[in-house]
Design a protein around this ligand. Structure first.
Ligand SMILES: [Fe+2]
Length: 371
């Protein structure tokens, strides 16, 4: 007889209690094993998904080899990625022509009134309900940045509430979301993206001036897509996303920046901060040099928009998280497509072992931690 049956048996013999039980820790059941878990290989992959992620995900933007980068490693990586992208066929959708043109021209599309008003009202209620559930965690004054981060994965495959299913249906399965991702990536996008709840709050008395995501950067050296759905109105004061329009273009100026930045970043990755020019550091991370900022004509602007706006961003372009003023908050649903952007062997493994879903549930982007 197992221990659980013994425990249940003893509990049934105890007199009924009239007192209210003290609230205990919320028990989140382990995610179910994949249905094919009887197959040893799939079972092994499921258990070791965190380690597999390192091998299956797209390679990092910069590699920690200063000498090789000085010899041109990053330039080779960048040119190879741009070449592969140029060879992929464009994927256009006539009903989204206006937004696809904006993505081609500026690297960003801002779609106001994305959902019908009734749907948005229902979605906002679902967002609030999910925010009060045990699925959302709060890190107060995260890393001493002055910002309280409320984040949680939505629709991550088990214990879905009605609110969660609704958020997923209205956003992750929206045809425009999938089709605009296809347009940016020039890849077929059939699986719904990872969604995450994100609410950033700066309480009175705190200053949002330390988060590294507040430094202008690009996520990748090749086109990649990230989306955010604005649940509340976003203006400069509550940290609207900041993007340099047109910075997604692949150019000689960008290639020169990649070369120069890769040498500094590789030293940074190796912890050799003493060898870095402090004037080229910001909030503890290397920043884009003034010379390359001018050469690439970077001009950051806040993507100010009302609630019920979908922002589609090609994050090869330069961007940062907007600064939140004390007493203000930013509410978003983050829409992440990195599962599509793995190399072919990573996508194949995901399809075989994880039914195409993101095995990297602990990816920082998936948790909505990026700008
Ligand atoms: Fe970013």
């Amino acid at each position: 007889m197992n221990l659980r049956l013994v425990t249940l048996g003893l509990a049934s013999l105890a007199p009924p209690s009239t007192s209210v039980a003290a609230p205990g820790p919320k028990v989140v059941p382990a995610p179910p094993m994949p249905s094919g878990a009887t197959r040893p290989l799939r079972k092994w992959a499921f258990r070791h998904k965190a380690k597999l992620k390192q091998w299956l995900d797209a390679s990092p933007s910069y590699l920690p080899y200063p000498l090789l980068n000085r010899l041109g490693l990053q330039v080779i990586r960048v040119l190879a990625a741009w070449w592969r992208y140029a060879l992929r066929r464009q994927r256009n959708h006539p009903e989204l022509a206006q937004h696809e043109a904006a993505l081609d021209r500026e690297g960003i599309a801002v779609i106001r009134d994305f959902l019908p008003s009734d749907d948005f009202a229902a979605l906002a209620a679902a967002y609030a309900e999910f925010g009060h559930s045990g699925r959302v965690t709060c890190v107060r004054n995260k890393d001493g940045t002055g910002v309280d981060w409320y984040t949680g994965r939505i629709d991550c495959g088990y214990e879905k509430s009605a609110a969660e299913r609704m958020l997923s249906e209205k956003i992750a399965r929206h045809p425009a979301v999938l089709n605009l991702a296809e347009h940016v990536l020039r890849r077929s996008v059939k699986e719904p993206p990872t969604l995450s709840y994100q609410r950033l709050v700066v309480e009175h008395g705190y200053v949002d001036d330390k988060d590294v995501e507040g430094v202008l950067h690009s996520d990748r050296y090749y086109p990649c897509v990230k989306m955010a759905f604005y649940v509340n109105a976003q203006e400069e004061a509550n940290g609207a996303y900041v993007y340099c329009r047109g910075s997604h273009r692949r150019s000689m100026a960008r290639l020169r920046h990649e070369y120069e930045y890769s040498v500094r970043e590789s030293r940074f990755l190796l912890g050799k901060k003493s060898r870095l020019d402090p004037k080229l550091m910001e909030r503890g991370r290397p920043r884009i040099s003034d010379e390359h900022t001018r050469a690439m004509d970077l001009s950051p602007s806040a993507i100010v928009a009302p609630a019920n706006t979908l922002v589609v961003s090609n994050n090869i372009g330069f961007h940062r998280r907007g600064t939140i003023s004390p007493g203000r908050e930013r509410q978003q649903i983050r829409i992440i497509f990195y599962y599509v952007q793995r190399p072919w062997y990573g996508r194949l493994a995901a399809r075989l072992f994880f039914r195409g879903r993101d095995p990297a549930s602990d990816h920082p982007d998936a948790m909505g931690k990026m700008a």
